[in-house]
Design a binder for this molecule. Structure first.
Ligand code: ZN
Length: 139
C-alpha cells in the first residue's frame, strides 16, 4: 500500500448543538495502516451540519467553543432556511460553513504533525444527536 490514495471512513455518534468528539486516534491509525511515510491526510465531515477542526480537547474548551459560536450564530433566529424546509437547524448549517467541513494535516515518518495539545475533532451542530461520517483521504 505504498502508493495510491487510501480513503477510509470514521463513524462516530456526536451530541447536537455543538457536541464534539476527538477522532485523532482514528485518523492516526488510518495513516499508519496506509503504510505511507509522508504526505497529507485530508479529513472531511460528510453532511452540511457537521464540521472538522482542531482544538485542545479538554472539558472546558469542549464547552467554550460551542458557547462562543452560539453567541455569534444563535439557534433562536428567524432563519429563511426554516421557511424553506420547515427545519429548525438554520444555525447548524451556518456554523458548519464557518468552521469548515475539512482540514488537511501533514504527516512525516508515518506520524501526524499535530501539536501535543492539538486534537482533530468532529463537531455536530445539528439540533439532535447524530451519527456522523468522517472520510479520511491519505495522499
Ligand atoms: Zn436544515
Amino acid at each position: 500500500m505504498g502508493c495510491g490514495t487510501v480513503i477510509e471512513r470514521i463513524v462516530v455518534e456526536v451530541d447536537g448543538y455543538g457536541g464534539m468528539e476527538d477522532i485523532t486516534k482514528s485518523v492516526a491509525e488510518i495513516v499508519r495502516k496506509s503504510g505511507k511515510k509522508e504526505g497529507v491526510a485530508v479529513v472531511f465531515a460528510k453532511g452540511s451540519t457537521a464540521a472538522i477542526t482542531t482544538i485542545e480537547f479538554e472539558p472546558g474548551l469542549r464547552k467554550d467553543l460551542p458557547a462562543v459560536l452560539k453567541k455569534h450564530v444563535p439557534y433562536e433566529f428567524d432563519y429563511e432556511h426554516h421557511k424553506t424546509w420547515g427545519d429548525d437547524n438554520g444555525a447548524a448549517h451556518i456554523l458548519a460553513s464557518i468552521v469548515g467541513s475539512s482540514i488537511t494535516v501533514p504527516f512525516k515518518e508515518g506520524k501526524l504533525l499535530l501539536g501535543t495539545w492539538q486534537q482533530i475533532v468532529v463537531i455536530n451542530f445539528d439540533t439532535r444527536k447524530r451519527t456522523r461520517e468522517v472520510w479520511v483521504a491519505v495522499l
